[in-house]
Design a protein around this ligand. Structure first.
Ligand code: AOF
Ligand code: ZN
Length: 379
């Protein structure tokens, strides 16, 4: 006999899009409203996305997730969100708030409930035990370890539907989603350049190409990533500290991992080895191997800040997923090119990028233009 429960397949999964590079801090644009969901469920999913965006750092390797429990009349019973690895998942937080009132509710969650025992217990089982009758989620869980929640809920007789605001949910956790699907961290390559594509003057001086405002903006972006990567040459020549600092140059309490790629011996007095943050060496010249090691360390978003050689190595390996460039209204006419030779001899071989966003950072003499792009190949 046919069961009355069914898994409703949501709208076709949109291509991975980076149209809004800093969507985590922006409000829901509310595109992609599926029609199979009630108005109350749509409202609840907007709220769940909002909850998931609640600023809480550090989140660790886990995604941002929000959950709302709805009574049969569509009113809200409880809500919850995930506060980082080791703390309760969004569903568990909402169930705890609801207590006995969870029975008979619909759980509206931004991510498919997990079905594994990791740092905490399986949410699918907790929802079943609490008597939740319907689960609506936005994004299927791309993490193979945790996936399977929808099937488990369905098998237990819970009505399951998904795809509501899936695009927004994927953007919310864009680096995490990418890393889970590609099995490697998402790579943002950031660099600063003069108008004529130089990262240093002919005598090697490179301080400062970008303006103060652009450097403050860079620190904000660093703070959104979980590892900052440079090569041994940058450590030797520029001696960066590579920490995340606020506009008063004070280090933030939570610092991403610092990683140095390359095999060259380095003096331990380099600033990157100070105690302000953890630093690791990645003793390889192979970008894929470096990313593999970072992935094994649960890192999902690399902020690539190396020099021209490291950038060229990642570009040549097709391992740059996003480019953020600060263009200074400054001319040098000579000096180091922002990117080393990519082996392109003719126009037909040019590497093309798609522009996502162009923003002027700072004003007057402090103004730089920030362009955010992604390679034509993906997303
Ligand atoms: C979260 N928060 O609200 C949900 C998650 O290491 P664990 O045990 O915390 O499991 C993390 C995985 O669980 C995560 O990668 C994702 O696949 C799934 N769901 N995770 O951190 C949540 N619902
Ligand atoms: Zn869970």
């Amino acid at each position: 006999m046919e069961s009355s429960t069914q898994v409703v397949v949501g709208p076709a999964r949109p291509a991975y899009a980076l149209a809004d590079p800093f969507a985590v801090s922006r409000p829901d644009r509310g595109s992609q409203v599926a029609t199979d969901f009630s108005a109350a469920e749509q409202r609840a999913m907007r709220r769940a996305l909002e909850l998931a965006r609640t600023p809480c750092v550090p989140l660790g390797p886990n995604p941002r997730v929000g959950c709302v429990l709805l009574a049969p009349d569509g009113s809200e019973v409880a809500e919850g969100y995930h506060r980082g690895a080791g703390s309760p998942h969004a569903e568990a937080a909402a169930l705890t708030e609801a207590g006995e009132a969870a029975r008979g509710t619909t759980a509206v969650v931004t991510l498919e409930p997990c079905n594994h025992t990791g740092r905490t217990g399986p949410c699918a089982q907790a929802l079943i035990a609490a008597g939740v009758v319907r689960v609506v989620f936005a994004q299927p869980d791309p993490n193979p370890v945790a996936a399977g929640g929808a099937a488990a809920l369905h098998a237990a007789g819970v009505d399951v539907a998904f795809g509501l605001f899936e695009h927004e949910a994927r953007i919310l956790n864009r680096a995490w989603t990418f890393a889970m699907e590609a099995r490697r961290p998402f790579v943002t390559w950031k660099f600063a350049t003069t108008l004529d594509g130089r990262s240093a003057a002919a005598d090697g001086t490179s301080r400062w190409v970008s303006s103060k405002a652009a450097r403050v903006d860079t620190h904000r972006l660093r703070g959104l990533c979980d590892v900052m990567l440079v090569g041994t040459n940058t450590v030797e020549v520029d001696n960066p500290e590579l920490t995340v600092r606020d506009e008063y140059d004070e280090p933030l309490p939570h610092q991403p991992l610092r990683a140095v790629m390359g095999v060259r011996r380095l003096d331990s007095d380099r600033r990157i080895f100070n105690t302000c943050a953890e630093t690791i060496r990645l003793e390889t010249h192979d970008p894929r191997a470096a990313l593999g090691e970072l992935y094994l360390r649960d890192r999902q978003h690399v902020f690539l800040e190396g020099g021209p050689t490291l950038a060229a190595a990642f570009l040549n390996a097709d391992l740059v997923d996003e480019v953020v460039v600060y263009v200074a209204p400054m001319l040098l006419g000579a000096g180091t090119s922002a990117v080393a030779d990519l082996g392109i001899g003719t126009m037909a071989g040019a590497r093309h990028l798609i522009i996502n966003d162009v923003t002027t950072i700072g004003t007057g003499a402090d103004a730089n233009v920030r362009i955010t792009m992604h390679p034509e190949r993906n997303h």
